[in-house]
Design a binder for this molecule. Structure first.
Ligand SMILES: NC(=O)c1ccc[n+]([C@@H]2O[C@H](COP(=O)([O-])OP(=O)(O)OC[C@H]3O[C@@H](n4cnc5c(N)ncnc54)[C@H](OP(=O)(O)O)[C@@H]3O)[C@@H](O)[C@H]2O)c1
Length: 341
């Protein structure tokens, strides 16, 4: 007997990747329901190699009898419909920022804090962290276990798919427009993104940080350790898929380059590719479509007593969103809601 699963936001960048990931990993689903706005109702989306699903309107969908719903329809939509699904008895794994800091909602990266899933019963909702946070905490966890992290300074290089399918179209259209000498059109981004970089993701806050930068700090503390200080600068770059991060970490205790590398190599979900030579590191283009968090350019930071710098890359739509959510669902059914065979 399998599970009845819904994917809300199924026509979006994350939702499509969720359907692909569920099919690729043979998630034990008897039924998968694709949900989006009423604009898309009746359209079709692919599920695996040879199946298509008819999209249904989230607003009028009754979640009764569903076991798990993977949500990515945007925060304001999740705010209304995730609690409605949860109330109908369906466990919601939500990708938006809506519930991440709710003390009654676990914020989970399975390689880091799978045990936190147990708290889902309070609201029947589990939150998936921000894409930049996920790949960073996967890399930080083994280092924190080895030498206790005090402070992290990170600069991100985030792809446009992190802002959804329309943002991907905008990079494509602007790039084409430049070659064809057409006027620049902006919709999703505050400045030109083609052949440019933008040091601004999400809204500005009172202290001058952006919300994306705040999320990286607050979410890392909730997932990994409330004692870790994080200072982030988040930047959008003209890359379609794959986020990169230059991460500088300061530790309580000494940690050699060899110890840091060994800890990272032995950790789940990480692939260390670090050859200190041409092509001896991973870039976002190579991470697209892959499940690993890649770590390259590991080196001591000689300007502090105990410091390491590294380059962390992952596919933001997979580990940064869909894969992490499906891994949570897998752990949920393995440990908490196993059905009789
Ligand atoms: N992209 C990433 O790397 C990433 C990573 C982590 C978290 N997230 C979060 O996941 C969410 C979705 O991101 P995305 O990149 O997939 O965005 P997207 O490509 O713009 O897709 C948005 C999805 O939400 C649906 N939707 C919009 N308004 C709706 C409504 N009123 N009712 C029902 N469905 C509605 C859309 O359906 P229609 O096609 O019918 O409009 C579409 O399926 C955002 O909250 C984002 O912050 C994204």
């Amino acid at each position: 007997m399998g599970y009845r699963v819904a994917v809300a936001g199924a026509t979006g960048a994350v939702g499509r990747e969720m359907l692909t990931t569920l099919a690729e990993r043979d998630f034990p689903a008897d039924e998968v329901v694709a949900l989006a706005s009423e604009r898309s109702a009746g359209n079709e989306v692919s599920y695996g190699e040879d199946k298509v699903l008819k999209v249904r309107d989230l607003a009028s969908f009754d979640f009764k009898g569903l076991d798990i719903a993977l949500f990515s329809p945007g925060s304001s939509v999740s705010a209304v419909h995730a609690p409605r699904a949860a109330k109908a008895g369906c466990v919601v794994i939500d990708n938006t920022s809506q519930f991440r800091m709710d003390p009654d909602v676990p914020l989970v990266v399975p390689e880091v804090n799978a045990q936190a899933i147990a708290g889902y019963t309070k609201r029947n909702i589990i939150a998936n962290p921000n894409c930049s946070t996920i790949q960073m905490v996967v890399a930080l966890k083994p280092l924190h276990d080895a030498a206790t992290i005090k402070r992290v300074v990170v600069a991100t290089y985030q792809s446009v798919s992190g802002a959804g399918k329309e943002a991907m179209d905008e990079l494509f259209e602007q790039t084409r427009g430049i070659y064809m000498n057409q006027p620049m059109k902006r919709h999703r981004f505050t400045k030109q993104i083609a052949f440019n970089v933008i040091p601004h993701i999400d809204a500005f806050m009172e202290d001058g940080a952006t919300k994306e930068e705040w999320k990286m700090a607050a979410e890392t503390r909730k997932i990994l350790d409330s004692g870790i200080k994080v200072h982030a600068t988040c930047v959008r770059v003209p890359v379609f898929i794959g986020h990169a991060e230059a991460v500088n970490v300061e530790f309580e205790n000494p940690l050699s380059y060899e110890e840091a590398t060994a800890a990272l190599k032995n950790a789940p979900g990480i692939s260390v590719i670090d050859h200190r030579a041409d092509e001896g590191y991973v870039t976002p283009a190579e991470s697209a479509g892959e499940d690993f968090v890649y770590v390259s350019r590991i080196r001591k930071d000689p300007t502090v007593e105990n410091g390491i710098s590294m380059w962390v890359v992952a596919d933001n739509l997979r580990k940064g969103a869909a894969l992490n959510a499906v891994q949570i669902a897998e752990e949920l059914i393995r440990t908490y809601m196993r059905k009789a065979a």
